[in-house]
Every structure is written in structure tokens, then in C-alpha cells.
Ligand binder design. Structure first.
Ligand code: PEP
Ligand code: MG
Length: 841
């Protein structure tokens, strides 16, 4: 042992104890001792000591035992560096033997003495001697007879009498706990919680205060906060004549602390002890700078504090607790911001399944849009609309979704698809609408014709049956579990305000519709970073016009349809500009993967034939003609702009006219226009020349000068590689990492969902690259693009607008790369704001 870390140290205010060498529990107990709280004598064993014990080198325990009265019972508890990493279960009443039993029968009474001994024998038999738990686990009966029964059973199983020597007992307990830490399951569990491979375990040996005996004796836990809401409320349980955390498992037998609707509470049974406990908990909050749960024992009316642990908390409670600590000047606002995991905010922003509720999981898929909703299964968009008309919440189930399903998605409370990944149609629209969504649910069989879902076990769910979609976990649940509402309360707003004060990278939202823009405003986005204009045509009445436009075979035919689209677009843009009130709005010119807009079903084709006044046969023929083998790499984005330039002309005009109209109301608008799917400089030159011409025309028609900014999306590998060519022609470069990921990997964003979970499980990809930016590959292209773009245009604005823009890890990358802002789905804006603030603190 290094001399500065003795293998065991009595916990005193100045003992050399640290979380890194003795674990969080030992350190916390030392803090409680420093606060002069009534903590029983405790000795802490260091990580090194426990490691040596696990390897078979038992130190001389005389030094440990010498710290305690000769007849004291002891308890041993784990002390890992971070208490969340867990550890082996505590062992109570070490030191019980036949002689102590006889003594305690006198002082505490036979039932109490038997219960103490029995508990020790049980845990020793199961956890130390590793005997059959079926024989030794709780029998329900804990009187003297049960005790002699279990002692006999022990002897029968081991051919030895139950060890009577306290030192021998302690050594065996320490060894078994030290070895349990090295077990495979324990290792995997803690690594899943973020523990390093070589995480150490400390152990604490504490004098037992029995909690059984004469007068008011018992044990319990107390906290000053409701773990679900984070609101001040004294919660916990107390059980007379009990030990450890028995009160929590005791059901109705345990008392509430302050007020028990069923009768007496701890405050009635032991008012002074209760008042003392409250004061201790308040002191712990003040000095440990954290909401703590107090584990206590009452011994004939006297309070003992055995331990303090961080109050377990839901995400919403975590926010309220951190904000309250900062408001009480116990921690700084920055620290409050640092204490909240940005991913956990998702729980607050959406309704969620109550974590306490029972979950009957019938299938799983990719958690594509967070939140939870319950409804009846429907299998077509039309049924979803009919259900909504009856005011019956419904879940839209599709193999995958297309624009024809949009109306159904609007009508549904959640969406479930068999195919697709994080950036498939259903996922993107779901997130935009704030609609819980699971895609790629390959564990379920989708029988669309029969209108049935079949689980892996063969259980059938028919149309009309009630299920719940948990888009936060990717679980499909049977029935209707209890839910918690979204919690955008004052504490949340306060925290976000503190976060914004620290942040040094801009956060915008991807918003296509006025409703999206409103959500973006509500979440304090600093503008719109991507308005996908093709999404403005998902509305059923618009979709048909859009299709007419795509179908127009002649230039004059197209011009007529575009003339109808112009006022619609102008109206859309006016609304967006008004809602965003002078903040930047970046509008992307049409990027319709055509297959998403062509009517795939007979019904859709018939509707279109009516609208166009041509036979269905012709529609079908045109659909076939326009069909592409690989539409995601086909006539999309700027390729459409170059080959059918009138469409972008119309959009540019709509944008300029809307900007002028809204500017007249007093808010000057400088619109941003973005060109999608660029791969060559010439594409930019061609489009730019036409847009400049439209601007000039609008300026002369209106007689007003105005500004606008033209930008390029970098979403093909070539655009990143040739960014030095492109940058001089553009005011900004916005990285579209959805397509860039798709093209870098050669991995279809719409099909990857089928095997992504296999790939992640087998460690081919560390994560879904459509979800978390692939820094090694796609990130390299981003870096090249940034470097080359800056070389020829040092002032170029840089941003990201793929789904990664809302992912905390990806934001860190963008910030390091010097991006000006990130843009993400409106509902992810708060997550991004918090993550960005943490990077800056
Ligand atoms: C992208 O490709 O990253 C992007 C933002 O565009 P879309 O998702 O609309 O293809
Ligand atoms: Mg794209």
C-alpha cells in the first residue's frame, strides 16, 4: 500500500479519503461526519485494498475491528467512485452469532434478536457461501424457529457450523463483495452506465444501529423533494422494527413521513426525530450542494444517519432541482446548466410513458421521434382521418410513408413504420410535427392487407386495437400505460435562459410550415436554418398542384401551374417571415426526390387523373416514365433547378415578393436562399444568374432595393471536396449531413433502418451514422469543406442543417470546426441550446 492511502481509514473529518481512492459513498459519509451529523462509526477500505482482497490477499482486519466496540454488529456496503455504477448488495449484521443472539434476546427481546441473526445468515449463505437461494432466501417467517431451521440448513449444506467469529465473518463478506465486483455481469452493467474498464470498488464497514428493540426503533429514507416533479415535498417511508432499506419494500406496512392518509405518520410517532431528520436533510442539501436522500435509523427515539445518496430523479425533477439549487445560491447558474444531460430534455419536451408504469412491449424499432401517444391502430391515411373525425386518437401504421400519408400523419397521434431509418420520410415528418414515431420496426410483422400487426411471439393486433407508441425508446406497447405530460415550466425556461447566456454557437430550427416556425419561436430558435419548400406541398390540396407541375410536359403548361403556385408560396413565406420577426429565414429551393411526390397508389393516380383531366392510363404511364431506378440519386435538387429552371424562378420571386411585403410592415427581412444537392460550381453559377435576374426584375417592378443572401448546401461528397471552387459564389455553406452521410457510406437513408440495429449491435458502426455524425468519415469531409471553402471565401457563413444539428456530440464537432450555427428539428432546439452551452462553460 502507498503510505498516504492506508488500506483502511476510520472516517473522521480529516481522514485521507477521496472518491477516486475510496469511492463516492465513503467520501459522502466523510462529508456528513464533517457536518457533525450523527453518523455511526465507519471505516473505509480503499480501492487498492479491495482489489488486493479480491486477489486473495486479506489484510490484517484487526485494525478495522479495533475501531469498533467488541460486541458491535457491522454492516458492509459498496462504495464505487460514482454511486450510479452500483456494486454488490450490502450485508447487514456481521458479528451475529449464537452468543450475541443470547445477549440480544435479553436486551432487545427474542423476536428482534432472531430477526437480526436470521437476516445475516440468509445473506451470508446466499452471497458469501453461495448456497441455493431457494433454500435460504426470505421465508417470510423470521422468528426463533425460522432461525434454528436456517442454521441447521446451513450446517447440512456445508458440513460446518455457521461461522461464529466476527473477524472470520467479516473477512468472508469482504472477499465475496470484492469478487462480486469483478463478475462479468457487474462489469457489463457498470460499463453500460459509463464506468471505465478499471473502475475500482471501495467498501465501507459501519457499526450497525439495529433499528429493532425497545422504544421507537426502525429505519427509513427521507428526501425533501418529489422525485418525479422535483417540487418540494417530504417523501420517503419509515418502518418500525426494521433495518436497511426494508421500509421501501414493505408496502402498506411502512409509514409515510409527514402525513399518512391512512393514519399515523412518522411525524406522529416520533415528532422530534422527524424534525431532526428534516433539518439534517436541509443541511445536507446546503452543504453537499445537491438534493439528498437520507437513510436513517431511529433507535429508541434517537436519530442516526447511515448514508446520504443523490435523490433519484426524473428529467423534469432534475431540471427543477438544479434550478432551485442555483436560485438558492447553493450552486452557480453555470453549474445548474452543467448538471442536466441534454438528451434527457427530450423527456420534458414531450408526453412520455410514466417511468413507473408497467410496460408490455410488443415490438421495437428505431426511436425516430420522441414522445409517447396511445391510440387505435389504423392502417391507411384515410382511416386515420376518419378516426380523427370521430375524435378517436389513432396510430397510423404503414410499411413506410409517402406524401400521400401526410394527411394521415396529421390526423394520427403517432406513426409506426416497418421500414425506414432516422432520416426516412416518416421520421423527418414525425419530428417536424412533434409526432411520436417509430420506424424500422422489424420485430413486428406488418400485414397491411389483413390490417394486422403480428408480434414475434405470434400475437395478433388488429385494426382498432389500442397500442402505445413510445417514440423515445422505440418500444411499441400494448394498451394504454400511464403518461406524464410535457413540462415546459418556469424551471425549464429559467435553465434555458442561463444556457443561452453561455452559448457561443447559434441555434436555428429546420421549419417548413408556420406551425413549425411557431414551435421554433417557442423554443427560442434564432432563426430558420432550413425550410424544405417541397414539404410545403405535402398538404393534400397543394400536393395535387405540385404533381401537376411535375407532370407538365410543356413549358406553357408548366408556366400555368407555376402561376398558381406562386401566390401560395408567397403566402407561405410571408407567414414564415412574420412569425420569425426579422430573424434569418433560410429557404431551400425545391429538392423533391420525385418518387416521394408521384402517386404510388391507384387511388392517388385516379385523383391526379381527375385533376389533370387525363385518363388514368396516361397518369400511370407518366409515373412509370418518370420513375427512377435510384431516385435519391436522380433528378433531385439543383439538377431539377438546372433542367427546369422556371421552378426556382417562381420560388425566388415568391421569396423576394414576400420579403418586400413583410418588410413594408416594418420588420426588414433579408431572405436567405439555399441551393440543394450541388456537386459542381457550374450549377451554382447557373442558378445564381437566374436568381439575380429575378431579383433585378422584382426590384424594378417594385421600385425598391433589397438584399438577399444566396447559399449552397454541401451534401454531396464532391461539393465538400470542391468547396474552394464553390465558396466564392456563395454567402454561406450549409452542410446537409443526411445526404452527405448517405453518399459517403453509400447507404440509403430510407433503407438503412432494416439492418442498422444489427450493424450497431455487432459493432460495425459505433452508432447509427444518421443519428450521430460519423466524425471519422463524414466529419473528414466536413473539415475539408470548411477548410477549402474558407480558403477562397474567408467570410463565408458555415452551418449544418442535417438531423445531426440537434445531436449534442455532433454539435461539439461543429463548434470545434468553427461553424456559425447549427439547425435542427424545432423540438430538438432546447436540447441543442443546452448542449451548446455546456460546451462553452
Ligand atoms: C440533408 O441532406 O442533410 C438535408 C438537410 O436535406 P434533406 O434531409 O432534406 O435531404
Ligand atoms: Mg439533403
Amino acid at each position: 500500500q502507498p503510505s498516504e492511502t492506508p488500506f483502511a481509514a476510520l472516517i473522521t473529518p480529516n481522514a485521507p479519503i477521496a472518491a477516486q481512492s475510496h469511492g463516492g459513498r465513503a467520501k459522502c459519509l466523510q462529508r456528513l461526519v464533517r457536518l457533525d451529523l450523527p453518523v455511526p462509526r465507519t471505516v473505509a477500505l480503499s480501492f487498492d485494498a479491495v482489489q488486493a482482497i479480491a486477489e486473495g490477499q486479506m489484510p490484517d482486519l484487526a485494525a478495522v475491528l479495533g475501531e469498533f466496540p467488541e460486541d458491535a454488529l457491522l454492516c458492509v456496503r459498496p462504495s464505487s467512485e460514482d454511486p450510479d455504477w452500483g456494486g454488490p448488495g450490502a450485508v447487514l449484521n456481521v458479528g451475529m452469532n449464537d452468543a450475541r443472539y443470547v445477549d440480544l434476546c435479553d436486551s432487545l427481546g427474542a423476536p428482534a434478536a432472531a430477526a437480526l441473526y436470521l437476516r445475516f445468515v440468509q445473506s451470508y449463505a446466499v452471497h458469501v457461501a453461495r448456497l441455493d437461494p431457494d433454500v435460504f432466501d426470505e421465508t417470510g417467517d423470521d422468528g426463533p424457529e425460522a432461525l434454528s431451521g436456517i442454521l441447521q440448513a446451513y450446517e447440512a449444506e456445508t458440513d460446518e457450523v455457521f461461522p461464529q467469529d466476527r473477524g472470520e465473518q467479516l473477512a468472508a463478506v469482504l472477499r465475496s463483495m470484492a469478487r462480486a465486483w469483478d463478475g462479468t455481469t457487474a462489469r457489463l452493467l457498470r460499463q453500460a452506465k459509463g464506468a471505465p474498464v478499471d473502475a475500482g470498488l471501495g467498501l465501507v464497514v459501519q457499526e450497525m444501529i439495529p433499528g429493532l428493540g425497545q422504544g421507537e426503533c426502525g429505519s427509513g429514507v427521507l428526501q425533501l423533494i418529489n422525485s418525479q416533479t422535483g417540487q418540494p415535498q417530504i417523501t420517503g417511508r419509515y418502518l418500525s422494527q426494521s433495518q436497511g432499506r426494508d421500509a421501501l419494500g414493505a408496502g402498506a406496512a411502512a409509514l409515510y413521513l409527514e402525513q399518512d392518509p391512512r393514519g399515523t405518520a412518522l411525524a406522529d410517532v416520533a415528532p422530534e426525530a422527524f424534525a431532526e431528520l428534516k433539518a439534517h436533510a436541509a443541511l445536507m442539501r446546503q452543504r453537499l450542494r445537491e438534493a439528498m436522500q437520507v437513510e436513517f435509523v431511529i433507535e429508541n427515539g434517537r436519530v442516526h444517519i447511515l448514508d446520504g445518496v443523490r435523490v433519484a430523479r426524473s428529467a423534469r425533477a432534475a431540471v427543477r432541482i438544479a434550478v432551485a439549487l442555483a436560485e438558492d445560491n447553493i450552486i452557480s447558474p453555470q453549474e445548474a446548466v452543467m448538471r442536466i444531460n441534454p438528451h434527457a430534455l427530450n423527456e420534458l419536451l414531450h408526453r412520455q410513458v410514466d417511468p413507473e408504469a408497467d410496460r408490455e412491449v410488443i415490438g421495437t424499432g428505431i426511436a425516430a421521434s420522441p414522445g409517447a401517444a396511445t391510440g387505435r391502430l389504423v392502417f391507411t391515411a384515410a382511416e386515420a382521418q376518419a378516426s380523427a373525425a370521430r375524435r378517436e386518437p389513432c396510430i397510423l401504421v404503414r410499411r413506410e410513408t409517402s406524401p400521400e400519408d401526410i394527411r394521415g400523419m396529421h390526423a394520427a397521434v403517432a406513426v409506426l413504420t416497418e421500414k425506414g431509418g432516422m432520416t426516412s420520410h416518416a421520421a423527418v415528418i414525425g419530428r417536424g410535427l412533434g409526432l411520436p414515431c417509430i420506424v424500422g420496426a422489424s420485430t413486428l410483422k406488418f400485414l397491411s392487407k389483413e390490417k394486422q400487426l403480428v408480434t414475434a411471439e405470434g400475437r395478433v393486433f388488429k385494426a382498432g386495437e389500442i397500442v402505445t407508441i413510445d417514440g423515445s425508446s422505440g418500444q411499441v406497447l400494448a394498451g394504454q400505460p400511464a403518461m406524464l405530460e410535457a413540462a415546459l415550466d418556469d424551471a425549464f425556461r429559467t435553465l434555458m435562459g442561463w444556457a443561452d447566456a453561455e452559448r457561443d454557437i447559434g441555434i436555428r430550427a429546420n421549419a417548413d410550415t408556420p406551425a413549425d416556425a411557431q414551435v421554433a419561436r417557442n423554443f427560442d430558435a434564432q432563426g430558420i436554418g432550413l425550410c424544405r419548400t417541397e414539404h410545403m406541398f405535402f398538404d393534400p390540396s397543394r400536393l395535387i398542384v405540385m404533381r401537376e407541375m411535375i407532370f407538365a410536359e410543356t413549358s406553357s403548361g408548366r408556366a400555368a401551374v407555376l402561376a398558381r403556385l406562386l401566390p401560395m408560396q408567397r403566402g407561405d413565406f410571408c407567414e414564415l417571415f412574420r412569425i420569425m420577426a426579422g430573424m434569418p429565414v433560410c429557404i431551400r429551393l425545391f429538392d423533391p426526390p420525385l418518387h416521394e411526390f408521384l402517386p404510388a397508389t391507384k387511388v392517388g393516380q385516379r385523383e391526379l387523373s381527375e385533376a389533370l383531366g387525363i385518363p388514368v392510363r396516361d397518369v400511370t404511364r407518366r409515373v412509370e416514365e418518370m420513375g427512377e431506378y435510384n431516385p435519391m440519386l436522380g433528378l433531385r435538387g439543383v439538377r431539377l433547378g438546372v433542367t427546369v429552371p422556371e421552378i426556382y424562378d417562381m420560388q425566388a420571386r415568391a421569396i423576394f415578393e414576400a420579403a418586400l411585403d413583410v418588410s413594408e410592415d416594418g420588420t426588414p427581412v433579408v431572405p436567405e436562399i439555399m441551393i440543394p444537392l450541388v456537386s459542381a460550381k457550374r450549377e451554382v453559377e447557373l442558378v445564381k444568374a437566374r436568381i439575380d435576374a429575378v431579383a433585378a426584375a422584382v426590384k424594378s417592378e417594385r421600385g425598391i432595393e433589397f438584399e438577399y443572401r444566396l447559399g449552397v448546401m454541401v451534401e454531396t461528397p464532391r461539393a465538400a471536396l470542391r468547396a474552394d471552387d464553390i465558396a466564392p459564389h456563395t454567402a454561406f455553406l450549409s452542410f446537409g449531413t443526411n445526404d452527405l452521410t448517405q453518399m459517403t457510406y453509400g447507404l440509403s437513408r430510407d433503407d438503412a433502418g432494416r439492418f442498422m440495429s444489427d450493424y450497431v449491435r455487432q459493432g460495425v458502426f459505433p452508432e447509427d451514422p444518421f443519428h450521430v455524425l460519423d466524425i471519422e468519415g463524414v466529419g473528414e469531409l466536413l473539415k475539408l469543406g470548411v477548410q477549402r471553402g474558407r480558403k477562397t471565401n474567408p467570410g463565408v457563413t458555415l452551418s449544418i442543417c442535417g438531423e445531426h444539428g440537434g445531436n449534442p456530440e455532433s454539435i461539439a464537432f461543429c463548434r470545434d470546426a468553427g461553424f456559425d450555427y447549427v439547425s435542427c428539428s424545432p423540438f430538438r432546439v432546447p436540447v441543442a441550446r443546452l448542449a451548446a452551452a455546456q460546451l462553452a462553460i
